[in-house]
Design a binder for this molecule. Sequence first.
Ligand SMILES: Cc1cc2nc3c(=O)[nH]c(=O)nc-3n(C[C@H](O)[C@H](O)[C@H](O)COP(=O)(O)O)c2cc1C
Length: 479
Amino acid sequence: MDEPLLSLRTFVEGIADELRTVEGAHWDLELGAIAELCYRQKRPPALLFDRIGDYPQGMRVLTGSTGSARRLARTLRLGDDLDDASVVAALRGKPSQWAAAAKDFPVQEVSTAPFLQNVVEKDDVDLLAFPVPRWHGGDGGRFIGTGCLVVTSDPETGVPNGGCYRMQVQNEGRSTTIAAVPGKHGAQNIARWFAKEGRAPVTVSFGHDPLLLVLGGTEVPGGISELDYAGAVLGERVPVFRSPENGLPIPAASEIAVEGWLYPDRRCVEGPFGEWTGYFAGSPRPNLDMEITRLYHRDDPILLGAPPGKPPHDYSYMRTMMKSAMIHDELVSMGVPGVTAAWAHEPGGGRLFVVVSVDQRYAGHSRQVGHLAANTPAAAYMNRYVVVVDDDIDVSDLGQVVWAMSTRTDPAVDIDVVGRTWGSKLDPMLPPDTPPYNSRAIIDACIPYERKDTFPRVAQSDPAYLREVLGRWGHVLED
Ligand SMILES: Cc1cc2nc3c(=O)[nH]c(=O)nc-3n(C[C@H](O)[C@H](O)[C@H](O)COP(=O)(O)O)c2cc1C
C-alpha cells in the first residue's frame, strides 16, 4: 500500500540528513533525558528511538520533529532552505490564507488505512503495548499524548476540531486522560456534548506527519477543522478513515489511533507533567478519562513525541516561529498601521514574552500596538509581557530588546498592567486554588513619539559609512 498523505514514515525519510537513530534507550526517563540533552544542542537533530528497553525492535518514538528551520519549513511545505528569520517571513500571511482556503480542501473519506493492520477491541486495549515514555522524573505517569491530534466536534455544526493536549496513560494501559484547558476549542466542544448528550465522542492519532502536531498545537481559528486546514497547507485533501464507533475522522496515515467517548464523571487523577513553562504543573487532580472502544495501529508503529519542559524543549522552536508570524498577521489584519515585526521568544515558551516593533506614526500608536498584541487571539492565552520597540530594533535579538527597554523607557509611565486576563493552571505563579487569571505588562520601549526628532542620536556610525569602511578594512576584521 502506498503511504497515505501525512505519513510520519514519509516525513522521517525526508529528513534523513537531520535525523539520528538511537538504539537501546529505556522508556523510563532515559529516552526523555536524551531528547532533553539534544534540544540544548546548537543544531539539534530529530531522534528516532528504536529497540527501546522492554520493547521489541520496530516499536519506535520520534522526538524533535520540528526543531530546526529546515524541518519546520518542510513540515509547513514552505521549502527546503530557509533559516530562522526567513521561516517567519515565509510564514507571514500564510495562516490567514490557509484558514480562508480550508473550505476548498474538505477531508477525503477512505475505506482503508494502514492502521487497520491491527484492530484491538475494547477489552484488549493496552496502550502500554507501545513504548510510551515517562519523559521527566517529576511526571505523574507515562504520557502517550504529546505530539497527538485529539479530534472532537461541535455538536451543533458537526465541524471537527483537532487539538494537541497532554494525555497520561491510565488504568494500566486501558485508558488515557485528556487534559484540554477550559477555553480551548476542544474543551468547549466536549463541554457542549456533555450538555447535549451526556457524553462526548473523540478520536486521537498518536503518530502522523508533524504538520498535524503544529496545527493541533497552534491556535487555528474556531469553526475550521484542522484537517481541512492541513489540506490547505498541502494543497491536497487529507485522507481520513471515519471511526465506526462515533463517526469522527482519523487521519488515514495515523500510526496509532484510538476512538471512544468522554463522560463528565469518568475521571482519573492526572499529572503533574513537566510543562512548557519550564516547571512541573498541574498538581495531581481528576481529569477526563477516555473510554477507548477500539485501538488501531500499524505494524512497527512510530509514536510522535513532543515533550515540553524548561525551554528549549521539543516544540518551543516551532511555537516561536508560528506565533511570531501569527501575532504579526493578526495585528496587520486588524488594520493597525506600521507594525514591522513580532517575535514570541523561545525562553517564554512562545507565549509569555512577545516583542513587537512599530514604525510610530502618531501619539499613542505604540501603546495601541502593545495592548492589542497582548490580547490578540494568537497571544491571549498565557501572555505575560509585551515589549513594543521602534523599528530600528531587531525583535528577535534579546540584547537589542533589553537595550531598548533600558534606554527608552521610564518605568513610572511606560509599563501598563492589565489584570484578570487569560491565564492557566500551568502558571507557576498562580497561587493554589485560585481561578486561572493572570496579569500582563505592556512595556512601551519606544522613543516617546513627541521626542522622535529630538531624542539623543544612537551612538553608532552611519550604515553607509560602515559599509564603505568595511570595504577598505574588512581584512583586519576577519575571524
Ligand atoms: C505538544 C503540545 C502539547 C500541548 N498540551 C496541551 C494540553 O495539555 N492542554 C491544552 O489545553 N493545550 C495544550 N497544548 C496547546 C494546544 O494544543 C493549543 O492551544 C491548541 O491551539 C488548542 O487547540 P484548540 O483551541 O483547537 O482546542 C499543547 C500543544 C502542544 C504542541
